[in-house]
Design a protein around this ligand. Sequence first.
Ligand SMILES: [Zn+2]
Length: 291
Amino acid sequence: MHLWRIAAGVLPTKESICRFLPNLDISCPFCNACPESVVHIFWECDLARALWMGIIGIRTDYFQLTSASDLVEVVVFPNAEVVDELLNSDIFTLKGTLILDLLWKTRNSKVYDERPVEIRGIMNSFRSLWSDHSSILKVPGFISHISLGAEGWTRPNCGVIKINCDAAVGSLFSSIAAVARDWRGKLVFALSKKVNTVIPLQAEAEAILWVGQLSISHGFSNVIIESDCKACVDAVNALGNCPWLIQSVMVAIVDVLSDLIFWKLCWVRRSANRAPHVFAKWSQLHLSWVH
Ligand SMILES: [Zn+2]
């Protein structure tokens, strides 16, 4: 694999081959601003920074690397600073390896075929690679475990959008609401919608499905979804038997979420889910939906 060529120092970057070709232009093919070393092209260059941030949510400039072996070490043995509650280290290593592969392929097609570098295309390639590779880890995204304790809403990690959802059930129809905030705690959107069910479990499941659809339509890639409906969260995370009432919605939820690069569905107490709770109630009371 590509990672082991980096570790062995045999990757033919311009900086390494200029020992044999002294007149070679060694500038980075992406930014033309720095010599093309392993650390630059995979960690420091703007394109690399954008991918690490966009895919894993880490800012590479917080971690100074000095050599190719530093890079390999970070990817293979990520420490607690890099891998936080959002990721486990296997996911980090797999995603990191795919980022390195993609950067090298993109670099080669720029250098040899003069293909333009297009970040959207790279992200799309990542998505399809990730859906092929993530089955190795046998996790459906990520299982929510210790989110039981939070009494109030907490900010997600850098680069992650957290979306809380809830439902208010009426006698003829129900209202669902979704409130998205970013890692600074800033509101991204607050939306509500009428749904044609009066069964609480179904309405809550519809809310989670809607959050998944909104994540896709807003172009989010790293999303934490919070719901105060434990039966729905357990059903998605396959911890319990899925109640038949919500089976078809569950299939749709898993299908939508699988298009995200990273997602995690957590059960939270109602006190940590106040914003959509109040908003869904407000929509139901005023017969007014914002979407
Ligand atoms: Zn560069």
